[in-house]
Design a protein around this ligand. Sequence first.
Ligand code: UD2
Ligand code: MN
Length: 590
Amino acid sequence: LTKDVVSRRVSPGTRRGFALTEEYAKRLRKSNEDLPKITEHTTMPNTHHNATTLAKKTHKVLKLDATTVPRNQRAPGAGGLPVIEQRLRGHKKEIEAGWERSKFNEYVSDLVSLERSLPDTRPVRCHKAEVLDSLPTTSVIMCFCEEAMSTLLRSVHSVINRSPPHLLKEIILVDDASTAEHLKRDLDTYISRFPQVKILHLPEREGLIRARLRGAEIARGDVLTFLDSHIECNVGWLEPLLDRIGRNRTTVPCPSIDRINDNTFGYESANENMRGGFTWGMKFDWVSLPPKEDDRRHKDIWLQNEIIKSPTMAGGLFSIDRRFFWELGGYDPGFQIWGAENLEISFKIWMCGGSLEILPCSRVGHVFRRANPYKFGEAASRLTVFYRNCIRLVEVWLDEYKKVGYFLFLEPHVENEIANAGDVSDRKRLRDQLGCKSFQWYIDHVYPELIIPDLRAKARGEVKNRAMSLCVDAMHGEKVGAYFCHGEGGQQSFTLRMDDKIMLRWFYSVCLAAGLPVKNHKGAFLLTKKPCTHPDVIAWNHTKGGPFVDQKTGKCLGVVMLTPEERLVALRPCTQQRVQDWTFQNYLVE
Ligand code: UD2
Ligand code: MN
């Protein structure tokens, strides 16, 4: 074990969603060098054990897995290596069809063994992690909709192969009305060889949230462990999760989520120095550990069974005491299809007496997809479904921060959705009955790093030209354009702040600033985007429906047409003409 694990240390680097600061990467490399060579006999002080846990009997995490070392080094994907391109030659059509169907490289997934070996991505110190001898049992609940057979079965195999059998009460597969009939039959036949696997075919599409509830209703384990249907559990993944609940039933642990590459199916170790946060657009977000927490972990590199307290969870993978889950009222069954349930349960866990953790010593890989392979229904788009779910979440849990949570403010079509989000009085009642703490408490005690945007403003919304039907458009990259008003908010929504700067959306601290001179347009300067504190950021004089005048140069906001396709906004000498007049969608102070 020693050699292997040491050579597979977390490689510091940057990956989408897993950013490591350069400084931290350096420290991590340094600390890795500092580690003594480990042998089975190395004894290190038991820093984490307090008096009560010492009294309980513990053992090192079981290493059941027989497939850590590939049986066939050359099998595709063996050892978690990416499938090489050579294998794909001449299969372009099938590969494209696979992507179309599953939104990941299904052809490649099909090549990879259902029981492939994986690199042990746990930090080296986990090798000494100890867990209670007596642990609660778990039901594993896996919902799926239009899932590829190979990813689904590999998920199931990985749970069976890498979980101590006496702790795995059952696996409950919930088929959320997948449409492929023949797959259903094949699946039932295949699954029938595993007595511990049950499969529930829902007659109607419920969405992942209600599908999970259906699974949870029939579960009999002490603990519910939810997993997505395109995952691979790694060696020793389960015991650390159950250990945390065994010690305290209101603790909700999540494994560290490794990444299974959606194209090559290579297994990539996650940066374990991140935790869960959220944006005011109510999206889950990975954030780096606050410096204090980071230092603590760093000093204590030998911290065993280490944990990261996390304000939120990504949503897909976690264990929770079954009774505690129901005491908290499960999920809001009013949530449709996908989204927002991850923040709902996160807020609820913290505010109603529990705590949420990420365990770097428990690793599960997940295929992160860029799109969904399933439909969102006739009535609503993915975005609309998500907004409706967010509205329910915000209404019930955010208290006076509801307004901030209503990023909706500027997204006109979202305001229309409030009526469609459904009644939430039951959920509010539940919160009262549970006697949960306030959202302010959550921010103060759980997530003090959260940035709360200043809601005061002079005006908000799209900035529309009065002579042409054009709106200021933040676009992507450096430039700022003038485009047809699309009425969708997004890049066309701005805030005129109390300090007279124009900020993108209303929560980004990025403002419109003066940029480069425009060729062939005398005295004109392009606009660009800079952090709102930057000296190039422009403060404007503006009255409702009139020009925007740069307080420094006295120039006006105008449009330059560089090519028939490219219209940009610029600072130009003022002309007193209507083409330089603009209206903000909402003026908040007269
Ligand atoms: C993330 C979570 C996911 C969920 C979601 C927000 C991880 C790794 N994943 O998105 O678990 O919390 O955020 O809602 O944290 N499914 C159904 N019925 C449906 C739709 C989906 O059963 O109508 C299944 C699907 O097959 C999958 C699971 O639910 O196994 C999660 O869906 P996803 O993989 O599309 O979500 P993901 O990973 O993008
Ligand atoms: Mn997923």
